[in-house]
Design a protein around this ligand. Structure first.
Ligand SMILES: C[S@@+](CC[C@H](N)C(=O)[O-])C[C@H]1O[C@@H](n2cnc3c(N)ncnc32)[C@H](O)[C@@H]1O
Length: 350
């Protein structure tokens, strides 16, 4: 971010961009972008009726989208259109990356502003249950950042892992959320058995429903605290997608994972691409967004359980140190080309 020119203009841009992020989220949730890609240039009335939405609200939303340079407007015909180039970044189908889905984080986090101000004043944290729609938005986000790349790009980062999965191994995904990663892997690797554990009943029931719909008889989901893993259970592979840094006790969580792996077991952990010292994150393309998510969610859910409050920006140096501390040896940190949001840590038990 560069604000070396006119600071008041920079702040004006921020208030406009912040407002647009909310309106983009609404465009995603109401599916107006998806409807508009199917329409020729159309009037407010036509867009509202095809979307099955209230015309007065659609009119005001279009005002924000036109002045925000998202949607094109022809004042002579009074018609609105969404270009194919922009639709690639705003829709559910045929999309390079759906930024409108990611914009949902802003309203999800805004819900807890009063509670977070209270935490600034008095300490403490906020429990998961205060974040309405968290699991839905998390599942949409991780689907497009991680799950779509899982089979072809992420699992092959670990040498010989795809062969092992094809031959049949036991896999556990901790903090699995709505289980999309587990279900995609279970569907692809029929000889392996997959378990997904999460604290959230809502997330686990969604995961179980999807497993049934996909016919995944090799995927099993349970509401379970990963701190209570029973060391008699042994897994060949344990995965954690974005699920360690907001733990109340990340050291014990990692130790639990270490103890639950078979002697030749592998831990694959996806976490936010960042450095531990702030000074090394200054040029991070998503720095303000990631520190905001961390402050308003990751730190606070951990502190609500009297936890460590590591936060999403705990960074590579701290992560490697903790993996070493619990006993992992031979730790590799990898990234995928064009993915500036994630690191993939591959840690071997022996
Ligand atoms: C940031 S979300 C990531 C969810 C999922 N892995 C994904 O990438 O979409 C972290 C998840 O960890 C779960 N979680 C947090 N602490 C946990 C614990 N001690 N045991 C099991 N699950 C936990 C939360 O309920 C949440 O679903």
């Amino acid at each position: 971010m560069n604000n070396s020119g006119n600071f008041s203009q920079y702040l004006t841009d921020i208030i406009n961009a912040g407002s647009l992020s909310l309106m983009l989220s609404i465009g995603h949730r109401t599916k107006i972008f998806d409807v508009m890609t199917q329409l020729p240039p159309s009037t407010v009335h036509e867009i509202a009726s095809k979307s099955n939405l209230n015309e007065r609200y659609v009119k005001e939303w279009l005002g924000a989208m036109v002045t925000g340079r998202i949607i094109e407007y022809d004042s002579r015909s009074n018609k609105f259109s969404l270009s194919k180039e922009k639709a690639q970044y705003l829709t559910r189908e045929n999309c390079v990356y759906n930024f409108a889905a990611s914009m949902q984080w802003i309203p999800v986090l805004s819900q807890v502003e009063d509670e977070i101000v209270n935490c600034f004043n008095n300490g403490g944290g906020i429990s998961y249950s205060s974040y309405n729609r968290f699991h839905q938005v998390m599942a949409e986000e991780s689907y497009q950042t991680v799950v779509v790349a899982l089979i072809d790009h992420i699992l092959p980062l670990v040498s010989n892992l795809v062969d092992k999965l094809n031959n049949g191994i036991n896999v556990l995904d901790i903090g699995c959320g709505k289980g999309r990663a587990v279900n995609v892997m279970a569907n692809h690797f029929k000889s392996s058995t997959f378990y997904g554990y999460d604290l959230s009943k809502e997330a686990i029931s969604g995961a179980t429903r999807d497993a049934q719909m996909m016919g995944n008889s090799n995927a099993f989901f349970k509401v379970r605290d990963i701190l209570g893993l029973n060391f008699n259970e042994k897994y060949d592979l344990i995965t954690a997608f974005d699920a360690i840094h907001d733990q109340p006790d990340p050291y014990s969580a990692l130790k639990s994972i270490y103890n639950s792996l078979d002697d030749k077991g592998i831990f694959l952990m996806q976490d936010i691409l960042a450095s531990t010292p702030l000074k090394d994150n200054i040029e991070h393309p998503l720095g303000p967004f990631l520190y905001t998510i961390s402050c308003l969610h990751c730190v606070s859910v951990s502190l609500s359980q009297n936890g460590a409050g590591l936060g999403a920006m705990w960074g590579k140096e701290k992560a490697v140190e903790m993996l070493n501390d619990v006993g992992f040896r031979n730790i590799e940190v990898k990234k995928l080309p064009h993915d500036f949001q994630n690191y993939y840590y591959i840690a071997y038990k022996n």
